[in-house]
Ligand binder design. Structure first.
Ligand SMILES: NC(=O)c1ccc[n+]([C@@H]2O[C@H](COP(=O)([O-])OP(=O)(O)OC[C@H]3O[C@@H](n4cnc5c(N)ncnc54)[C@H](O)[C@@H]3O)[C@@H](O)[C@H]2O)c1
Length: 427
């Protein structure tokens, strides 16, 4: 059954939600406060890098079931269900800042049709459905939690083929109406109370961050004892109880969600009377990983970074996105700059003069351009294109012969054969 839907916020989550719900046959009005973004989306221009999404955007616009407007109030006037997909950044004390959620709820409170359902799709701490209810002051409207689990880079696929759909509500009928939106996806649906739905989202992100910090810690041990992390991961990951997903060592984890969500969960735990030392340790291990990678680059450049030119491949927090928010690459780059290095970087989705790149980084148009006269090379994002750079070409461009492959992406044999001193992670 088709529903009339409003989506507030057209970022990675809201845009994916809006175009996909239109794709599933619903009538969707998406709102943002950014008028320029709304204008571009209305013309079918995709403001983010996300595979396949522009086709579904075009399909939605052509069908007449998808439109974009400025301002939340303009979107909800005729809706049955309104999704809040606005940011929940980290607050000063580590907790999630709910001011965007509260502002959006306040904007729609007076215009929301009678009996409409408001859905928290943003990642929000336990108790946030109550926060929205309090702001709305609309006893006729139900507030439902429906956390989003998509991964940037595969958002479309993840939305249309979810491992599960989680819906949390005090009102069973409201939960079922939200769950019904996804019925055609055939996914397992977990209907629960709001606190459990909200906890599921934080626990999932914290667990994934834990896996990553764990494998980076094991990689450090591998380096100390002469083991190879690739074989170790193969060995532990083939145990079905463990699984191999999220066991790739790297420069540390980041992105727009894990850092803020893990800190928020530490705070949620603290407020609930539990010291979440395990997760605090996971966060500490991650910061140590940024330091470890920066130290490897110093080693690769001959022991000190002062006055050295470092080629950096990859700035986004992962491949197949243009998102730089809380990118581990930038954490490492900042450490290199602070130690006196000159950083020349290339990323396939980061154009020169892009907002969010630390001052002092020279952005260039190709991986080989970044290597010109570099004392060392550091691979920080796992872009596939970097695999195919010929090691001898990089050697010809560079002054030094040190390479730090923080994603274990390159062919170690080929780079060693080309004269490089290769350092990976955990091998
Ligand atoms: N990015 C992800 O991979 C991901 C995955 C799962 C969950 N989440 C969660 O989803 C939420 C949104 O994340 P995102 O990455 O899509 O954020 P984003 O920053 O990419 O997008 C948020 C959008 O909301 C708009 N906005 C802010 N206030 C508004 C208002 N009052 N009315 C209309 N629009 C408004 C902004 O202009 C922006 O376009 C966060 O809570 C995040 O933690 C994100």
């Amino acid at each position: 059954m088709s529903s009339r839907i409003a989506v507030i916020g057209t970022g990675y989550v809201g845009l994916t939600t809006g175009v996909c719900l239109a794709h599933l046959g619903h009538t969707v009005t998406c709102a943002d406060i950014d008028a320029h973004k709304v204008e571009r989306l209305s013309r079918g221009e995709m403001p983010i890098v996300e595979a396949g999404l522009s086709d579904v955007l075009a399909e939605g616009l052509a069908s007449g079931r998808l439109r974009f407007v400025v301002g939340a109030a303009a979107a909800v006037a005729e809706c049955e269900i309104a999704f809040l997909c606005v940011p929940t950044p980290q607050g000063d004390d580590g907790s999630a800042d709910l001011s965007y959620i509260e502002a959006a709820a306040a904007e729609i409170a007076g215009v929301l049709p009678k009996g409409a359902i408001v859905v928290n799709k943003s990642t929000v701490p336990v108790g946030s459905t109550k926060v929205v209810e309090r702001v709305l002051q609309r006893p006729d409207a139900h507030v439902v939690s429906n956390p989003e689990f998509l991964r940037e880079g595969s958002a479309l696929n993840d939305f249309l083929h979810p491992d599960r759909v989680v819906v949390g509500a005090d009102d069973r009928a409201a939960a079922e109406r939200v769950a019904a939106l996804y019925a055609s996806l055939g996914a397992r649906t977990i209907v629960t109370d709001p606190a459990s739905a909200e906890t599921i989202k934080y626990a999932a992100n914290a667990f994934l961050a834990t896996k990553l910090s764990f494998v980076n810690a094991i990689a450090a041990i591998c380096e100390g004892v002469g083991a190879d992390i690739n074989d170790v991961v193969d060995g532990i990951g083939s145990d079905k109880r463990i699984g191999s997903a999220f066991l790739q060592p790297g420069p540390g984890w980041g992105g727009s969600c894990f850092p803020k969500d893990s800190r928020a969960l530490v705070k949620i735990a603290e407020d609930a009377g539990y010291e979440f030392d395990l997760l605090s340790g996971v966060i500490t291990v991650n910061a140590q990983q940024f330091d470890r990678v920066a130290r490897k680059v110093a080693d690769a450049a001959g022991g000190s970074l002062a006055g050295k030119t470092i080629a950096v491949w990859g700035l986004t927090f992962k491949a197949n996105t243009d998102d730089l928010r809380d990118s581990p690459s930038l954490e490492v780059v900042q450490r290199l700059l602070a130690s006196g290095a000159r950083v020349v970087a290339h990323d396939p989705t980061v154009p020169t003069h892009r907002f969010g790149v630390p001052e002092g980084v020279d952005l260039v148009g190709s991986a080989l351009d970044a290597c010109r006269n570099a004392d060392a090379l550091c691979v920080l994002t796992e872009w596939d294109a970097f695999r195919s750079v010929v090691a001898a070409d990089a050697a010809a461009a560079m002054r030094g012969r040190g390479v730090v492959d923080a994603r274990n992406l390159l062919d170690r044999g080929a780079w060693t054969a080309a004269g490089f001193a290769y350092q990976g992670i955990g091998r």
